[in-house]
Design a protein around this ligand. Structure first.
Ligand SMILES: C[S@@+](CC[C@H](N)C(=O)[O-])C[C@H]1O[C@@H](n2cnc3c(N)ncnc32)[C@H](O)[C@@H]1O
Ligand SMILES: [Zn+2]
Length: 306
């Protein structure tokens, strides 16, 4: 089974509901860190890569950013994001982070949290982030090394976490075996690199001014006391200002029309336009894409997914 499909299964309808309930995160701390490192104009276009239920997208909106794209491969996560983000200037797109349905040099910054670990090819994901970023734009990712749980002993915190997860699992109707299945099905397929390896990729792939913050606790007091906490590090790089071609966006309004100028066919990267009826069509290869629940679905063909 492809990781792309395991990811859909893991965060299915119940899994997506559970996702927001078991993460006790200090949102303000993320907000402050992001504001410090992002430091771009409020009308810049920012892509939240692997937005999930829209955590970073909502932070960006609360910070006053006016043009946000939330992209994820998982329709259930996106549907939850849609509920949470209604009224915010966030355009949601379903697409594969390893085949981003966006034009080269089309966004001012890419932000991402907790996504690279679940990618079978994180280097390609970073390449894609860089490709769609305008020269001079920023690529920022929050990653954690928490998943690499070296402590095998059952500690009190672990026990509390497990009991709590069982409780929430029952409450949300998610399968109690979902995590076990996830690890079984992704076995040997997720490289889960260290934070330093991500930094190396940023540098090797041409980003400048690469920085990594020390891993810090972003969990709430509850998470710190009764959970293992949520440690994150921010990694940032700037795309060098060498390329001359920058997509020129003249639209003043942030909405469907402006998004359409940025979107690209995930098969051939040509323009896509609205079809009669409901959907998008590629002007190059003529592939059609559905719009489901108001969210355009630009996933590539199954054989392109990893
Ligand atoms: C742990 S969640 C993080 C979600 C969100 N960024 C957050 O901070 O809460 C990982 C997310 O990555 C998404 N994802 C995994 N593989 C992906 C891919 N190939 N393309 C796009 N999104 C992907 C999953 O669907 C999921 O929503
Ligand atoms: Zn096409």
């Amino acid at each position: 089974m492809k990781v792309a499909n395991v990811v859909q299964e893991y965060w299915n309808k119940e899994g997506a509901r559970l996702y927001d309930k078991i993460h006790y995160i200090n949102k303000d701390k993320f907000k402050n860190t992001l504001l410090n490192y992002l430091d771009v104009e409020k009308d810049c276009i920012i892509l939240d890569f692997g937005t999930g239920t829209g955590f970073l997208a909502s932070i960006l909106a609360e910070l006053g950013y006016k043009r946000i794209i939330g992209l994820d491969i998982n329709e259930y996560m996106l549907l939850r994001a849609k509920q949470k983000l209604s009224g915010f200037p966030v355009m949601l797109v379903r697409g594969d982070g390893l085949n981003l349905p966006l034009k080269d040099n089309s966004v001012d910054a890419v932000v991402s949290r907790w996504v690279l670990w679940v990618m079978p090819d994180p280097e390609r994901a970073i390449k894609e982030m860089i490709r769609v970023t305008k020269p001079g734009g920023k690529v920022i990712t929050f990653e954690s090394s928490n998943y690499d749980d070296k402590e095998k002993r059952l500690t009190l915190k672990k026990l509390v976490k497990q009991l709590h997860t069982v409780y929430i699992t029952l409450l949300t109707g998610a399968s109690p075996f979902r995590t076990k299945r996830f690890w079984e099905k992704t076995k040997g397929k997720l490289p889960m690199y260290s934070l330093d390896r991500y930094v190396q990729f940023f540098e090797q792939l041409g980003l400048k001014a690469v920085e990594k913050t020390a891993e810090e606790e972003y969990g709430t007091t509850f998470a710190r006391l009764f959970y293992e906490g949520f440690k994150f590090s921010l990694i940032k790089g700037v795309k060098p200002n060498l390329v001359s071609h920058v997509l020129n966006l003249e639209c003043k309004e942030w909405g469907e029309n402006e998004l359409l100028r940025i979107l690209a066919c995930s098969e051939c990267y040509s323009n896509v336009r609205i079809m009669e009826g409901n959907g998008l069509v590629c002007e190059g290869c003529k592939k059609t894409f559905l719009i489901k629940g108001g969210i355009p679905d630009l996933l590539p063909a199954e054989d392109k997914l990893l």
